[in-house]
Design a protein around this ligand. Sequence first.
Ligand code: HEC
Ligand code: HEC
Length: 226
Amino acid sequence: MKTQKAIGFIVLAGAGLFSLSLATGAWAADMPDAADAAEMADMAYTNKLVDTCTQCHQRDGDSDDPNMPIIGGYSAAYIISSMTAYKNEVRSCPEIEYISDHKKVEKTDMCRISKELSEDDIAKLAQYYASKRFRRANQSFDLELARKGQLIHERDCEKCHSEGGNLASDDAGILAGQWMPYLKQQFFAFYAEKRQLDKKMKPKFNKLDKTEIEALLNFYASRGGL
Ligand code: HEC
Ligand code: HEC
């Protein structure tokens, strides 16, 4: 009797192990593993963050409003540095009127928006927009002014805004194909010292007169493709 019982136990234990390993196999095939699940939760979280930007910058950051900068395709480093500047209020935050979901005109600004975000949120958003393509705005420009602007750009700006202001990896924004009204506002903000200028950009920038600025704006509106 004793021996039989012992054998029965071993067989049962063996069957138990077998069915357990089968179950594990089926579970592994049908369900994402822990790493995939974490990645999916991360994506869902990032998408929620992006929802709060879409009203003004569009889903892919290719804003169709000339007063809202296109941010899809910018480098992550540039997005992080601008959002941090807004968060710390070292960059001016013009108030923005927008139509809310409740069809009411509401006001906000980039400083208030950035203050609600953690460093990690900003990094996630930066990664998201950096993975998109920069869709250059289609806007009219004056060809003669653009040609003048190209010469000024090559003399004073190309060093840091290379390929006619087209290169995201310069970490200095993308000027070629950015909305002209937005860029114009940034020129004024630099002048009025409401936005900090790169130390080396300052002397080049401050010597520009009004017509040279107009010329540069028209060159960037031509998307650097004259
Ligand atoms: C209500 C409209 C609105 C919302 C919502 C909004 N933005 Fe903006 N954003 C703007 C405007 C307008 C500017 C330009 C402000 C200025 O003149 O500095 C701007 C500027 C920026 C810039 C700087 C662009 C540059 O070329 O330097 C970044 C980056 C940016 N926003 C990211 C975001 C992100 C990320 C979100 C969501 C968390 C967001 N914005 C939500 C309107 C908005
Ligand atoms: C020594 C390098 C350097 C030079 C030269 C330079 N820039 Fe810049 N520029 C930068 C950097 C860095 C930034 C990003 C600043 C920031 O993070 O706020 C920038 C940002 C800008 C922006 C804001 C872009 C945005 O998306 O908001 C404009 C506009 C601009 N530069 C125009 C010019 C023009 C026009 C010239 C030539 C007259 C020029 N820059 C020369 C380094 C330079």
